[in-house]
Design a protein around this ligand. Sequence first.
Ligand code: WT7
Length: 645
Amino acid sequence: MSDTNVRPVPGDFASEAHIDNETYHEMYRCSIEEPEVFWAEQAKKFIDWESPWSEINTFDFMTGEASWFTDGKLNVTVNCIDRHLATKGDQTAIIWEGDDPEESAYITYNELSEQVNKLANVLKSRGVKRGDRVCIYMPMIQEAVYAMLATARIGAVHSVVFGGFSPDALKDRILDSDCQVVITSDEGLRGGKKVPLKANADAALRHCPNVHTCIVVERTRGLVEWNEKRDVWYHEAIAEAKDYCPPEHMDAEDPLFILYTSGSTGKPKGVLHTTAGYLLQAAMTHKYVFDYKEGDVYWCTADVGWVTGHSYIVYGPLCNGAITLIFEGVPTYPDASRFWQVVEKHKVNIFYTAPTAIRSLMGAGDEFVTNTDRSSLRLLGTVGEPINPEAWEWYYKVVGEERCPIVDTWWQTETGAHMLTPLPGAIDMKPGCATVPFFGVQPVLLDTDGKEIEGPGEGNLAIKASWPSQIRGVYGDMGRYQETYFSAFKGYYFTGDGARRDEDGHYWITGRVDDVLNVSGHRMGTAEVESALVLHPKVAEAAVVGCPHDIKGQGIYAYVTLMSGEEPSDELRKELISICVKEIGPIAKPDYIHWAPGLPKTRSGKIMRRILRKIAANELENLGDTSTLADPSVVDDLIENRLIR
Ligand code: WT7
């Protein structure tokens, strides 16, 4: 592929950006060749410390162990709140935009401080101590941010569970990390529809005997059931709480949060992040990648239930004393103009969203964009999946009026912060390309034997050395941590993604090379969906693969084999879809259910997913070698009845 489609940094952006091309190269060099110097400088610049570190960094990628700023002491909320109060107490910290366009709120740093301190005291009064886990299951309201920060203030560890997850998924996550306190809300509100969060939590908590406290934020005033012993209204608890709670002095390597994410096998794993390295890389990337300047209004459209919300709605922006916008609703409510109306209303300067949202809005037509005033916008960003060039062009031309650079940021729940991305004033853009590594990041491409590929080429994307916001473990299962990330290629962190490096040394992500789906930027293991499907008594076997999908990027294509004597029906299809919704959540609804009398298997019984992926994608030219199949005729039947043509 030729990479002639290079888009230079627009107009005067480069001269005003924090980092220009020369500075990028010099800082990158320093970060790799003189890490001690580089990181000491950045850590002092971005973070206020209670006491200094004794060592910048040690790591061992044979085991995955890593430590950054060893022995340093700090509190994340001092950095995100207290230190800003003297100069920015009255500045807006959070702009909240409600689902209803008539509703919004501005929360200053002083108000943020008061709320977080009070809630921290409430948590303490309910017995929460340093190291305890607190589950947060919330809609996109400011109290979700307060809950995260209040937990961090007292040294407890939050586990935010996306509000779109089902009671079963919530229960699994609460139990896995033994959370004893849950913070939720009566209901959420999205696109004019109510989401029964408290009812979901009640259903989950029936199986979680260790949860002694459930703090409930009043959002819609919908009717909820009440457990006098366990449930507490947020507003009532806050009303009695003191407005100062001394911050716990945390060690640089103390856990800050757990966030569950899907892998290619088994149940979701609790990705563990620690304090200093995570905060530093979140703050640095927020400033440099988004070229954040004092007073900019910055909006990341992610949900706080995902890592993007953690790093780029909460920790990065607040550490930098920024104005961060949080949006309760959806891009298409009341209509497909909503994002741009919010940009106009709050004069948003920096806007960060996912390719799936861009594609769905692109489909609605340009008028929804051009009807609005987007002259405040200075920079655009994307995250979550590779962005296709058509969507990139539309984002660039129609949304950004060819004025705003686009930063295509590649990273993962496990990496904690951006890893590959153009810096907007420094690196020319290529539609669909995540371009260059951030400071301190050493990407490599490995061939199937684990040998590093030099120069242009394609291979498995791995990282050669630790970076500050690296995952530190899988909660409660270090064996799984090593197995998942540090065993495929000895001595490297393996990302699970494939990538291509072009003539300029720039990286193009080609997608997951493992059994992980990326549906609308949401990560899901094929194994999770399969386990849900086989719970149905009429299902003998299920195999799930990704398939091309115009809006979602990837759709869910499920091959289902029924028990003998059972017949496929529309009824059964609906039952299977609802089982996935119940076990995981609405994002796990299969797009296609293919009734398969048999699945292609090797003689040793292993399902040949490669073939299933090709049939689902309607790519029939080279199905590869089917001679090792136990029964090759199965494939002909699947092809004949394929659902995408
Ligand atoms: C997977 C990680 C990190 C925040 C959102 C998702 C894919 C992410 C890009 C990008 C191509 C991307 C990768 C990665 N991905 N960003 N800019 N270009 N692919 O976090 O749920 O942990 O998913 O998302 O496949 O491995 P996540």
